[in-house]
Design a protein. Structure first.
Length: 101
């Protein structure tokens, strides 16, 4: 069977973005417990010696404090959202009270 990616697993994990970074910094025991796996499994995934099954992805992402959203969606920090919602609400209720520059 042909490899899925031309990049070797350890290199792809290092350059894997947020998921790889969170996995590197997470406690192996916490991730292992969330997935019902062993600490050694987490170490193998970190080192590129093992992969993650599709049915394990939701639990893995949850253990890392991440979630998947559609490509057409935009995510912002909750505090930013609340601030923008407050400003938008004020603008809709009494636009004359906002200062414009």
């Amino acid at each position: 069977m042909a490899p899925v990616s031309a990049v070797e697993a350890p290199a792809s994990l290092r350059a894997g973005g947020v998921v790889a970074e969170r996995l590197r910094t997470a406690k192996a025991a916490a991730v292992a417990d969330a997935l019902g796996k062993s600490d050694s499994w987490v170490d193998k995934v970190r080192n590129g010696e093992s992969g993650v099954l599709i049915h394990d992805l939701p639990a893995l992402l949850d253990a890392l404090g991440l979630k998947v959203v559609g490509a057409s969606k935009v995510c912002v920090d909750r505090d930013v959202y609340v601030s923008l919602r407050t400003i938008a609400g004020a603008a809709l209720e009494a636009p004359q009270k906002l200062e414009w520059e």
